[in-house]
Unconditional design. Structure first.
Lengths: 127, 298
């Protein structure tokens, strides 16, 4: 089940974020249902050849965000209601929009101007 | 309290043209420590000291709490060591080597060894002299892994391996980590491997430990900031900044003490933050070695 996670060397995001995003995505689309047990940290680390500390960090942050719960000695599970957690579906998009906002600010555009640009570009991709 | 897999306390060693400065190093069980440094930095000396192959001028080396100076034979039972200059005997087959190891080590696991032969695409009937560089390395690692040592020490295990062999070796090493009390120390100048599989990272340069910390904090603390500045703006040198260059209206700042407040600080000082970039372990390594050298010559 965990071998479906992949690590990309050309993805500029750090490894822990790549792991985190992929788990979050599987939960968001309902592939990993609430209550489902996640692989242990060490099993996942071995399966995708990524250090234990990296997987640990991804799990810790997912726990903090309410996506998974860890029960001492039992393992980690997808949290009940995780798929409803606010922002779970849009978390990845939000990250990219924040980057876009930073770039916009550096060339003197505010959030309204960015929203306008987005609408313009959306028109372009639809036609 | 868990006993560290390895512990160096104030270990020093001087040769005619090289000196290892007093070194403190510790590795918790269940972790992977990557020793990164340029050629001649002291990585191999450190590993030879750990293995008791050379004796320190000062300080103590312990493996699972056992002194390398007084209990070397005992300590070595729990350690498997492979260096890139080791070779199988030219005139003996891999099968002969496996048989030989099984007589030396009571924990030798013949079934696991057979699995590794498969996974590494090796042939037990091949003689040492018939093996390529990559096959040699895989065979040596097999001979160590099948003993189930609690600490695996590898000096440049992936140097000279083709990408497929490197992948096979790293994957197999990671399988070891499924068990919570097994540890790996490996030296490399391939920072991509180190960045991927290490929990702890030690930078060594010119016989000195430049930095040692867990990988995640390494990567979190370093950033490059691109700033847009007005003509003639003097970028103040903030704490933690190891390098900064200004060219015309853009400035590039590399810091090893990043926190989310830092971009705001620059904005308050009158610069505009164009981008904040993470650094790869390789960039961090080069930057911290350069900074440490600059400090040393000051």
């Amino acid at each position: 089940m965990h071998s479906s996670l992949t690590i990309s060397q050309t993805d500029p995001r750090p490894l822990y974020l790549q792991v985190k995003e992929q788990i979050r995505h599987r939960v968001a689309i309902g592939e990993w249902a609430p209550g489902r047990e996640l692989p242990s940290i060490r099993a996942l680390a071995a399966a995708i050849s990524v250090s234990v500390i990296t997987i640990k960090r991804a799990y810790l942050e997912l726990e903090r965000e309410g996506v998974i719960v860890t029960r001492q000695g039992k393992g980690s599970f997808v949290a009940e209601g995780a798929e409803l957690a606010p922002g779970l579906r849009t978390a990845e998009l939000d990250e990219q929009l924040k980057t876009a906002l930073r770039t916009a600010r550096s060339i003197g555009l505010d959030a309204d101007a960015v929203a306008e640009r987005v609408r313009e570009l959306a028109k372009g991709t639809e036609s | 309290m868990t006993v560290p897999a390895l512990r160096f306390r104030n270990v020093a060693k001087a040769y005619r043209f090289f000196r290892l400065e007093p070194l403190d190093l510790e590795l918790e069980p269940g972790q992977v420590l990557g020793l990164v440094g340029p050629n001649g930095a002291g990585k191999s000396t450190t590993i030879r000291l750990l293995m008791g192959l050379v004796q320190p001028d000062a300080g103590t080396v312990e493996v699972f709490g056992q002194s390398m100076a007084r209990e070397a034979a005992l300590a070595k039972q729990s350690v498997g060591y492979v260096a890139d200059d080791m070779r199988l005997y030219n005139n003996a087959t891999l099968a002969w080597h496996m048989e030989f190891m099984s007589t030396l080590y009571p924990r030798w696991d013949a079934r696991y060894a057979a699995q590794l032969v498969e996974r590494f695409n090796l042939h037990p009937e091949q003689h040492g002299r018939q093996l390529s560089r990559g096959e040699q390395m895989k065979a040596l690692i097999l001979l160590v892994l099948a003993r189930h040592p609690r600490l695996i020490v590898l000096d440049e295990p992936t140097s000279g391996l083709d990408p497929v062999a490197r992948h096979e070796v790293l994957n197999e090493l990671m399988q070891v980590l499924k068990e919570e009390d097994r540890s790996i120390l490996f030296s490399s100048h391939n920072t991509i491997d180190v960045e991927r599989i290490c929990d702890q990272i030690a930078f060594i340069d010119r016989g000195r430990l430049v930095d040692l910390r867990d990988k995640e904090s390494f990567l979190e603390r370093w950033r490059r900031l691109q700033l847009d500045v007005a003509d003639g703006f003097a970028v103040p040198k903030l704490a933690g900044v190891v390098d900064q260059t200004v060219r015309g209206r853009t400035a590039s700042v590399v810091t090893q003490a990043f926190d989310p407040e830092l971009p705001l600080t620059y904005e308050r000082l009158g610069a505009r933050v164009h981008s904040v970039q993470r650094l790869s372990l390789e960039e961090i390594f080069v930057a911290s070695v350069m900074a440490s050298r600059a400090e040393g010559t000051r």
